[in-house]
Design a protein around this ligand. Structure first.
Ligand code: LLP
Length: 431
């Protein structure tokens, strides 16, 4: 069970702050992040990598939650970050994240995005395809610049997770295929380009993964590729980047492994395989996104209407939904909720926790185990911190929620609630 705490009034506390007060101050729907939980998770990754004696880098995959405040927090902790668009890169730079700590990913970076990355002198650009090798080469020649690159490989490893969030299987849209020889061709091309410094290879096998096996296979595979390239091309990648994908608990059925468990297995696999292949232990990079911010996030909603269909089912509707959390509708993702103003009240028969959007599929939780709730009650959906706000939309012209950071009894609004004026800001009159 997630360890949730209440004050004497039975109100859920986050970061020592009363969520009922948060709702009164900032309104709902509201996205709340427990900053200490984010810090702890980052620390857990760093400590486990260090404890295994690895040279390492942790790079936060910021697509999970990308705002100025989050990049500032990342900057404070000293880790790196991944960006996947010019917009994420821009936001990270705005936040003051040093460019050399930024890795630029994506399967179709535009020329403008590559120029932006080269101008900013980002730490590394992860090359995804042959078109991009050529495009980046052109940009570097034009700018008389050089840059660090990695090759993204498709290792042919399929973790058991939702099909939309698998990325390492052979027919993926991402990366150079290993088995067909594309990766060999790519490394030869890049090594022949003096403007590019190839620091290593990257692979990402998927997301919300609960087992160590995919990562062990991947570690072995990357070491084998490194040994193979040493023998054939006289090139040894310094960095082996295993991507992200570490699963988290959304509901009680999820049994996530700790960063330490994943990392102990990954480190053991690396050590064994490099010994076997006669290589030095490489620098290991990981790119956790979901596991850094997911468990730390909570979406607060106010209960409104209710529909009871006698002897069949009940809907309890809240003032947000698929616009602030698309994951249930898009991936059939499951969540748990609590009643934040009566945290310890007895539970009643489960209800459908419905959103306010004009879609039958806008159900946040199919079977929500809540106390008897009435209009005005506050519901907190748990573990919404990854791919919630970052995938939010203005569907039905609902303004996106505010985002608040809480820590040590203090709350700080880090993204203002959108206004109706924001919604029409870019609209232009046709008359
Ligand atoms: N590195 C690369 C290259 C990635 O493509 C991703 C995620 C990550 C790292 C971070 O993976 P994580 O640690 O967060 O699992 N919107 C989907 C998830 C898409 C993940 C895409 N790539 C969802 O809401 O489940």
């Amino acid at each position: 069970k997630p360890a949730l705490t209440a004050n004497a009034a039975g109100h859920l506390l986050l970061g020592g702050v009363d969520t009922v007060e948060l709702a009164q101050t900032y309104g709902t729907p509201l996205v709340v992040y427990d900053v200490a939980a984010i810090r702890q998770q980052i620390q857990a990754f760093k400590e486990s990598l260090q404890a295994n004696g690895l040279r390492y880098q942790v790079s936060y995959a910021s697509k999970a939650f990308a705002t100025v405040a989050m990049y500032q927090l990342v900057t404070q902790t000293g880790i790196h970050t991944d960006v996947v668009s010019g917009g994420e890169l821009y936001t990270a730079l705005q936040a003051g994240l040093p460019a050399e700590r930024i890795s630029f990913h994506g399967n179709n970076k535009s020329r403008a995005e590559l120029e932006q990355a080269v101008d900013a002198q980002v730490g590394v650009i992860i090359l995804d395809n042959f078109y991009e090798i050529e495009l980046l080469h052109t940009v570097l020649l034009e700018k008389n610049a050089t840059c660090w690159v990695m090759l993204r490989l498709t290792p042919g490893i399929t973790p058991h997770t939702h099909q939309y969030i698998q990325t390492g299987q052979v027919d993926s849209k991402f990366g150079f295929d290993v088995d067909s020889g594309q990766a060999d061709q790519a490394v030869q091309q890049v090594l022949a380009i003096p403007q590019m410094h190839l620091i290593g290879i990257h692979a990402h096998i998927g997301s919300q993964i609960f087992g160590v096996q995919g990562f062990e296979l991947l570690a072995n595979k990357l070491v084998d590729i490194a040994a193979d390239w040493r023998d054939r091309f006289d090139y040894v990648p310094e960095v082996l980047n295993l991507g992200g994908g570490f699963g988290i608990r959304y509901t009680d059925v999820d049994q996530p492994l700790s960063p330490a468990t994943f990392i102990d297995h990954i480190a053991a696999a690396f050590k064994k395989r490099v010994a076997l292949r006669g290589l030095a232990l490489p620098e290991v990079w990981l790119e956790p996104g979901r596991s850094i911010v997911g468990p730390a996030g909570y979406n607060l909603y106010t209960v409104g209407s209710r529909k009871d269909i006698p002897e069949l089912t009940s809907y309890v509707a809240v003032d947000g939904g698929m616009g602030d959390n698309i994951r249930p509708a898009l991936y059939q993702a499951d969540y748990q909720a609590v009643c934040a103003n009566h945290l310890n009240a007895p539970l009643v028969a489960p209800v459908h926790l419905a959103g306010k959007y004009c879609e039958s599929g806008d159900i946040l939780i199919d079977q929500a185990h809540l106390p008897a709730v009435a209009p005005g009650d506050l519901v907190a959906v748990l573990a919404t911190g990854a791919y919630g706000y970052s995938m939010a939309s203005n569907y039905n012209r609902n303004p996106r929620p505010a985002v608040v950071f809480v820590e040590n009894g203090q709350a700080k609004c880090v993204v203002a609630r959108e206004s109706y004026a924001d919604l029409t800001r870019l609209d232009q009159s046709y008359l």
